[in-house]
Write a protein that binds this ligand. Sequence first.
Ligand code: ZN
Length: 175
Amino acid sequence: MTKVSNFSPRPVNPADDAAIRAAIGQARHALATQDVPIGAVVLDPAGKIIGTGFNAREANNDPTAHAELLALRQAAAALGTWRLDGCTLAVTLEPCTMCAGAIVLARVPRLVFGAWDPKAGACGSIRDVVRDRRLNHSVEVVGGVRESECAALLDEFFAQHRKIGPDFGPAEGSE
Ligand code: ZN
């Protein structure tokens, strides 16, 4: 999570950059409830934000209240359909296995994320659910957008919580 995005192999699309900036804004809301700061937004085919979410596992006492799931649900409600054809999900951290599965189920064609998650990421790190050729839906993945900024948010959070007590740490607190 310490790689610098300036050395990304391809230039960042300005719309993707703006989407991750919006997701970072969402992530900051999680701090109010001591939730791990991860945020997500869903853009419709025209690029308008139709769903937002931030990690609310602690706030809601819900193990599935990940930013991505909340944003996908809001977007589906806004569109009036579970199929998010033509939409983009942007999230500050590489999605976990559950969220990657939800992205496939919602038929989201495009995923943009900030930091890689080498411990739990299921979009290229420990496995690749969204590009599994055995599934009949494949997702275009753009990782590492504003990577250092997204990673810094998490690093600061975990650094602060390590000072408070031993029960917090990236292995337990990250997705
Ligand atoms: Zn997740």
